[in-house]
Design a protein. Structure first.
Length: 750
């Protein structure tokens, strides 16, 4: 078919009847993306379900069937429900059979039924059908080239017949990963009851931290506004901004916590396209999940929890609500399609754990505060990408970076709660389901699904990043772990997470605990219950890592205690000299400000000491290549300072434009793995790596192994010879010089 020819519904259905399913799929996909008439679009969707099923693309067939099942037209709804039930029934035992279903033998789709429904829809559109039930459904774009976006934010046109929503189907073929499919306990004894007091105290501490950060931001903003008004002529400062916001802010945060379930319902519906997931629909994916939800509700004496679904392909699940009775559980379309029945049940149970432990209230508040801020950052970035003036572009870059920084700062207040509560949730899942192996597979498949989604979209979706703090798996850890899974056995790949003795120190700023550490605990529970574990990961003593390397790694932070000691020596020294009437420095050290100066000086000295070890000279003869990536990344004894000089080629992916002005989403896609890139540029640098997103590049730099492996860029070279340098060592030196200068100034000024 010519690219200029208008796709024809009749041609697509004719190809379908003739058994030419690939041609039918191509024609009908093009027709759906351009057709504004909903009746004709539904006919095309029905044909697409058949075409997808006959060509083995079961995930796409399920996606369309679930959308069609929401139709008010009885024939369409019944046909879609039968089709979906047949698709899911054949794939409950093994997720691979769901995604790699043989195209032959699928009996749920009868050409005569398709023809009858199409004829019925045509008659209805002509007004000749006695059933005048309006047909209300969504037109779905199943193109594999477009990226999923929130329906609420879609720029697509709408007509009086309905709304067109863009959607992308998940990967048709799963990665070739071997799963042992280890069983579950039939009779098990619950483990020792957990002490929830530390978790409750951590939740209280998170609320205090959130309150304090938001208050300081408000005070700083109000003071800045008034200072600007004082500086400008003919304007007076606003007296209201001088008032203390403490009491007002505390009342607001308490009120938001109380209203968080209903407010988050609105936010997720408006910005993420969330819709209600009926029990019957979930039952088709996982009967066990429905049983567990009912049992949990009956035990606590409240109704079946509210279930929601997000129309995105990346596997994700969140729970929110301040008490168990108001808890909502929301999962993505991708999670239901990429996980097996018992794995879906395990993830739903993990979300129930947050309700049972009462930690959902604080996380709901964090989501309620951070989602609008992230949306603002996204909107500013969109507006900036549409501007052409250099000055306005700079303003938008600055604004988006500031808003993104505020989002990171507020999200960071809940990092420790996000980490600790997942350990409690994992234990709850095991005790409630007796299936630690199912949860193990679920966590790893989510990680693999996240990496696959990033590779497919060639960027980290904004839905994934904005909801990351409440998700069961952190997307940062999944970038390399999920993409390396087909190349390295999980037993080897996860060793760093549970054997490195300094792993907890190196994850102090991570939003989620280490996946390997969680899985090692789950598999230990499986052994205690005498069931075969999914992987041969056994608890053992941490391996030995040089303490000198670790001290060098954290050298800048050691400057704080060294500075305190240095300040104590200075304080005692001048007191002795003053008492002996040898030297009078009381006019300088009459207060404790000099302590800050000592800390700055010591931190800068420690930073100077670390620079050469952290950024050694890269020699071309010693640079590692892509073939050595698996070996470099599965070393359990490595820490970030034990860098490896590499020169790797691949495709640069990430969010384009202003939304990536800080380089927060730069990823190198190689044939082996996805590698997170760290870049720092000169101020006013005309070109940056994000300007070459989507192109083949060669990156030279320092590869580091931590909770999230990353590559510090030294230079990035494009295919046309353009080279971009990233002066990490120079900036570290500048920061060290500035720190020691400022410290000396404070020390001498007093």
């Amino acid at each position: 078919m010519s690219s200029d020819a208008k796709p024809s519904l009749d041609a697509g259905l004719a190809a379908l009847k003739q058994g030419d399913y690939q041609t039918a799929k191509t024609i009908l996909e093009s027709f759906v993306t351009t057709e504004k008439n909903l009746q004709a679009a539904i006919q095309a969707q029905i044909g697409l379900v058949v075409a997808y099923a006959r060509t083995g693309d079961i995930p796409a067939a399920m996606t369309l069937s679930e959308i069609l099942a929401q139709s008010n037209n009885l024939q369409v709804k019944q046909w879609a429900e039968r089709s979906l039930e047949e698709l899911l029934k054949r794939n409950r035992r093994d997720i691979k059979s769901r995604n790699e279903q043989d195209a032959t033998g699928f009996v749920a789709f009868d050409d005569e039924v398709v023809e009858n429904i199409s004829r019925s829809l045509s008659q209805s559109s002509d007004g000749n059908d006695s059933d005048n039930t309006p047909i209300e459904t969504e037109v779905v774009n199943t193109s594999f080239t477009s990226l999923p976006s929130s329906p609420a934010n879609s720029d697509n046109d709408t007509s009086n017949t309905g709304k067109i929503v863009r959607f992308t189907t998940p990967l048709a073929k799963p990665l070739t990963i071997h799963w042992r499919q280890a069983g579950r306990a039939k009779n098990w004894k619950s483990q020792q009851q957990l002490n929830l007091i530390p978790l409750r105290l951590l939740g209280l501490g998170t609320f205090i931290a959130l309150f304090w950060v938001v208050r300081e931001l408000l005070v700083f903003t109000f003071a800045s506004i008034n200072n600007i008004l004082v500086w400008l002529p003919f304007l007076e400062p606003l007296q209201l901004l001088y008032t203390n916001p403490t009491n007002f802010l505390l009342i607001i945060l308490i009120a938001l916590t109380a209203l968080s379930p209903w407010l988050l319902d609105q936010l997720l519906t408006k910005f993420y396209g969330m819709r209600y997931l009926q029990q019957d629909a979930l039952d088709l994916h996982s009967q066990e999940a429905v049983r567990l939800l009912r049992r949990f509700s009956q035990q606590r004496g409240f109704q079946f929890p509210y279930l929601g679904i997000l129309p995105i392909t990346v596997p994700i699940a969140i729970a929110y609500g301040h008490i168990p009775r108001t808890t909502r559980i929301v999962v993505s379309q991708g999670l239901l399609q990429q996980l097996a029945e018992d794995e879906i049940a395990a993830i739903y149970t993990e979300q129930l754990a947050h309700a049972a432990h009462w930690d959902g209230a604080i996380m709901s508040l964090v989501l309620l505060v951070t989602i609008p801020i992230y949306w603002l950052y996204q909107q500013i970035s969109k507006w900036g990408n549409r501007t052409k003036g250099q000055f306005l572009n700079f303003v938008y870059i600055a604004l988006s970076s500031i808003v993104y920084g505020i989002w990171c700062l507020i999200t960071g207040t809940s990092i420790w709660l996000s980490q600790v509560r997942l350990y409690y949730a994992d234990r709850f899942v095991c005790d409630f389901t007796g299936n630690p192996n199912g949860l193990t597979r679920a966590l790893l498949k989510i990680s693999v699904g996240i990496a696959a989604d990033i590779q497919k979209q060639e960027q980290t979706s904004w839905q994934l990043e904005s909801l990351n703090i409440a998700a069961p798996i952190g997307f940062q850890q999944s970038i390399t772990l999920g993409s390396l899974a087909p190349h390295i056995a999980f037993d080897s790949l996860l060793m760093w997470d549970y054997l490195n003795p300094y792993r907890y120190w190196l994850t102090i700023n991570n939003t989620h605990p280490l996946i390997g550490d969680r899985i090692q605990r789950l598999l230990q529970i499986a052994r205690n219950w005498r069931i075969e574990p999914e992987f041969d990961i056994e608890a053992q003593s941490p391996i030995r890592v040089s303490k000198q390397s670790f001290y060098m790694q954290i050298a800048p932070f050691l400057g704080i205690p060294c500075g305190l000691v240095f300040a104590g020596i200075i304080g005692i020294g001048w007191q002795i000299l003053f008492a002996l009437k040898i030297l009078n420095l009381k006019w300088i050290y009459d207060d404790w400000d000099f302590v800050t100066g000592c800390i700055f000086i010591c931190c800068s000295i420690c930073l100077f000491i670390r620079i050469n070890s952290f950024f050694p000279e890269l020699r071309n003869s010693r640079l590692q290549t892509e073939e050595n990536l698996p070996k470099l990344l599965d070393n359990p004894a490595a820490i970030p300072i034990d860098q490896n000089g590499v020169c790797i080629s691949g495709k640069l992916i990430g969010r384009p434009g202003i939304c990536n002005s800080l380089g927060q989403d730069l990823i190198l896609q190689t044939n082996t793995a996805l590698i997170k890139l760290h870049h720092i540029s000169w101020l006013g640098q005309p070109q940056n790596p994000q300007d070459f997103i989507g192109r083949k590049v060669s990156v030279t730099g320092w590869l580091r192994r931590g909770a999230t492996p990353w590559l510090d860029i030294q230079s990035l070279k494009t295919q046309n010879g353009k080279i971009i340098n990233s002066p990490h060592p120079i900036w570290s030196t500048i920061v060290a010089i500035a720190s020691v200068t400022w410290g000396a100034f404070i020390l001498l000024k007093g």
